[in-house]
Design a protein around this ligand. Structure first.
Ligand SMILES: [Zn+2]
Length: 251
């Protein structure tokens, strides 16, 4: 079994995909750039935030976490069958009001992340991710200088894949990402497990221990409240943006 924890993906999906705000962009934000951005977004379903991003109206639901009567893990006071996935793992419950309020780019919506990961949907637009005979397409922050030489081989990714148009949108909106991102074709991408908060029995209620990646079937899974699922990325190969038909000059 690969050491998935050691290769965990960087935190969160494209938090840098924020729609530019004139107050944040200072003197560089020209009307010309605004027009260009609007043209780009209108060509791709008026995306203002990645599909998996949570919105301000999508707050965590208070479910009452308890130690189950059989002492084999945690559960909700009034638990429903849909509160667990097909592996029996409990998931954090978050209101589903996609598009209500403002996008909160630091938070990923658990249900949308899980669906996008399971169905290999683009994490930005929710259409099918790009796929060729070489594999499914992932856009990642470039960690080649800080990770193992074979990075991202055997990486446990909580970030769903992407389609080509959304890579271009991502790069257009964030010059820093353009300097520090790579596109990767992944030939094997099995769903391996969940990432979330691991709990232990407490005096009055379960107490959080740590954030953990657990492979499906792990004995500790009963003590997990999952917030995302991950896939193990194998047989990875880099693909240049030029090969994807994305213009080099996106500034
Ligand atoms: Zn897309």
């Amino acid at each position: 079994m690969p050491a998935v924890g050691a290769h965990a993906g960087a935190a969160g999906p494209f938090t840098h995909l924020e729609l530019p705000d004139a107050s944040q962009l200072g003197h560089d934000f020209t009307e010309e750039k605004a027009q260009e951005l609007m043209t780009t977004t209108s060509q791709h379903n008026l995306i203002v935030a990645p599909h998996v991003t949570s919105w301000s109206a999508e707050q965590n639901l208070q479910c009452g976490l308890i130690v189950r009567p059989d002492r084999r893990g945690v559960g909700y006071v009034n638990e429903l069958p849909g509160d667990r996935d097909e592996h029996g793992v409990l998931w954090v419950k978050v209101a589903e009001r996609h598009g209500a309020g403002k996008p909160d780019f630091a938070r990923v919506h658990p249900a949308r992340q899980r669906q996008a990961m399971k169905e290999l949907l683009c994490q930005v637009c929710a259409k099918p991710a790009d796929r060729t005979s070489d594999g499914v397409l992932w856009l990642m922050r470039d960690h080649r200088e800080t990770e193992d030489p074979d990075w991202p081989e055997h990486m446990a990714s909580v970030e769903p894949p992407t389609c080509v148009p959304c890579i271009e949108i991502s790069l257009r909106r964030c010059p820093a990402l353009r300097r520090g991102a790579v596109a990767v074709r992944v030939h094997e991408y099995s769903v391996m497990g969940v990432r979330g908060t691991l709990y232990k029995p407490g005096v009055f209620a379960p107490e959080p221990l740590r954030i953990e990646h657990l492979v499906h079937g792990d004995a500790l899974a009963g003590w997990m409240v999952a917030a995302s699922s991950f896939r193990l990325l194998q047989k990875c190969s880099f693909v240049s943006f030029e090969e994807l038909g994305i213009a080099a000059d996106l500034g």
